[in-house]
Design a protein around this ligand. Sequence first.
Ligand SMILES: [Fe+2]
Ligand SMILES: [Fe+2]
Length: 343
Amino acid sequence: MYTQSIDLPQDPGDLPRDPRPGARAASTAADARREADFEASIAADRKIEPQDWMPADYRKTLVRQISQHAHSEVVGMLPEGNWVTRAPSLKRKAILLAKVQDEGGHGLYLYSAAETLGTSRAEMVDALHAGKAKYSSIFNYPTRTWADVGAIGWLVDGAAIMNQIPLCRCSYGPYARAMIRVCKEESFHQRQGYDIMLTLARGTAEQKAMAQESLDRWWWPVVMMFGPPDSDSVHSGRTMAWGIKRVSNDALRQKFIDATVPQAELLGLTIPDPMLAWNAERGHYDHGPIDWDEFWRVVNGEGPCNRERLADRVAAHEKGAWVREAAMAHARKRAGAQSRAAA
Ligand SMILES: [Fe+2]
Ligand SMILES: [Fe+2]
C-alpha cells in the first residue's frame, strides 16, 4: 500500500549488518574508482542493479526504505482484513478480498527487492516483530465502520499512488520495477475506495453521514502519511541526491491535497480543515496546521492500534509456522526426487 517510512529514523544498530565488500568504506583506489562509477551512473540516471558496487550508506538506506515499505504493505492488510467478513455484499467482499490480497503481494515483491541487497526476509520480519522496524503510521488507526474501507481506498491508497509513482523512477532497479506493478494495483484500490464513498454519499442520510464521519477521522492522519515537513526530514537530502526519492514530502502532500479536494466536492463531503482554501497566487490549496505531535506519537508506538497491529502480525506469523515448515519439507522432498532421477 504505502511508504511514508522512507523518512523515519530507525536505530542503525537494528539493521542487519551487510557482509558484502561494498559495505566497507571505500578506502582503496579500486573502491574510489567504483564509487566514481556509481556516482556517474546516478548522474546519468542509469539504474543500479544488485550486482553493481554501491556505497554502504546507499545500500543501508535502501534496505531501511524498502523493508519499511514491505512492512507497511503487510501490516496494511490488517485494518481492512477486519472488514472482509462484514462486507455489505458478495461483490464488495470479493473486491475487498482481492485488494487485501494485492497488499500481501506488494509486501512479497518488496521483501524480495530488499533481499537483493543482501538482507534476508527473516531478518526483516524479525525486526518488525521485535518492534524495531517502522511501518506507515496510518495503519495504527482503527477501522470502525464500513465507510472506513472506502476512506482507506480513496485516501490512503490515493496517497500511496502519489508517493509511489516517483518511486517507479528510483535509481535502484529492483525497487523501481516492483513499483511499476504496485502502482497499477494501487490505482484499482483507489477506485474501489472512491466507489464505496460515492455509493455511501449518494445513499441515505445515514450512509452519507457515515462517509463524512469517516473522512473526518482519516483526513489528518492521511495528510501526515507523507512524512515530516521537508525542514525536519532527516534522510531526504541524501535520498534525493541518490535518486531514491524524487519528490519532497511537502510537494507530494500538496499534490495530494490539490487532487483530493475536487474529489471530496464531487462526493458532497467536507474536508475537516476550516483553513483549506484555494490560493490563486500559488496555484495550490492552502491548508491548516498539521499536528506533528500526533504523528510522532503514533510513529513511536503510541497510536490507537500500534500494540494490536504488532500482536496480530506476530500471531499470524506464529500460526503460519506449519505452512512454512510444510513448504520446506515439500521442497526438500522434490529436490531429493529430482537428484535421484538425475542419478
Ligand atoms: Fe493499496
Ligand atoms: Fe499496496
